[in-house]
Write a protein that binds this ligand. Structure first.
Ligand SMILES: Nc1ncnc2c1ncn2[C@@H]1O[C@H](COP(=O)(O)OP(=O)(O)OP(=O)(O)O)[C@@H](O)[C@H]1O
Ligand SMILES: [Mg+2]
Length: 264
């Protein structure tokens, strides 16, 4: 479903701020793979997701989504394949519109974007059922303006919208990091349910090693613009945080345990 071949990205090339953020990344995801992505600050995790989404074009290498070579396609032309949720709860939803209007917009994705036809009863019922999976009571507030919701509620809604019309890829960049622990757990729980139910091919960045171990069928750790660890199957199931730190040390030759990752 996703095939990344040897991609490179250097920012501010030829200046003092030159930074090679992706240094030869290859990654192949099968349909339904749910991959958690960890790594220290600046390791290249967000850059990897941005490369896939087409925020800018990569310097070298190729990216194929569902058999379509998107390497040279701009962001808006890849958007139909991709659902995204970022860290910031204010992005991804329209504050001045109602919950059901936001969902209707997401539902009309790829079709002419108009709400002029209105939301019919069957559609409304469908949204109500979908909102229940979030377990936040939003199904009883469908005509509330999204701007009135908490960050966690908005983030959960963004997640629903990103997955409403089944995307070929779901990209989650620390989408629970800005939420309080209880809400974060709920949003993560909803993520797990939706990804599993729809067999979505997913890349989920997290700073929380335990979450990375607990979710998904595969875990990759990035280090200095490369994939330093790639663990799946039984090995992933039996993984502990201690194992992960030890394997990270072996793979990178680095003894510095990343405090931020450890404490998360
Ligand atoms: N648009 C950009 N312009 C210049 N430098 C960038 C840009 N995007 C990323 N970088 C640099 O590339 C490197 C990798 O950044 P990236 O955001 O991918 O890290 P990350 O692994 O997501 O880290 P974090 O855990 O802090 O979110 C960093 O040194 C960053 O400063
Ligand atoms: Mg990041």
């Amino acid at each position: 479903m996703l095939d990344i071949k040897n991609i490179y990205k250097t920012f501010n090339a030829g200046t003092v701020n030159e930074k090679t953020a992706l240094n030869g990344v290859s990654l192949h995801l099968n349909e339904g793979d749910f991959v958690t992505v960890i790594g220290g600050n600046g390791a290249g995790k967000s850059t990897l997701l941005n490369a896939v989404a087409g925020t800018w074009l990569v310097d070298e290498g190729s990216i194929t989504i569902g058999g379509v070579d998107v390497t040279h396609l701009p962001e808006h032309k890849r958007a139909k394949y991709i659902g995204r949720v970022f860290q910031d709860p204010m992005m991804g939803t329209a504050a001045t519109m109602q919950i059901e209007e936001n969902l209707a917009l997401a539902f009309r994705r790829g079709k002419p974007r108009t709400l002029r036809t209105g939301i019919n009863k069957a559609e409304r019922e469908q949204y109500r059922e979908m909102l229940k999976i979030l377990d936040l009571g939003l199904e009883d507030r469908m005509t509330s303006k999204v701007g009135l919701l908490s960050g966690g509620q908005r983030q959960a809604l963004t997640l629903l919208m990103a997955s409403l019309v089944k995307p070929k890829l779901l990209l989650l960049d620390e989408h629970t990091a800005a939420l309080d622990p209880k809400t974060a757990a709920k949003v993560l729980d909803a993520t797990e349910k939706i990804v599993t139910r729809d067999n979505l091919t997913t890349l989920m960045i997290t700073h929380n090693m335990r979450d990375a171990i607990m979710h998904g069928n595969r875990l990759i750790m990035m280090y200095e613009g490369r994939v330093a660890l790639d663990i799946s199957g039984e090995a992933k199931k039996n993984l502990t945080v201690e194992d992960l730190l030890a394997r990270f040390g072996q793979a990178t030759g680095s003894t510095e345990a990343d405090d931020k990752m450890l404490l998360a």
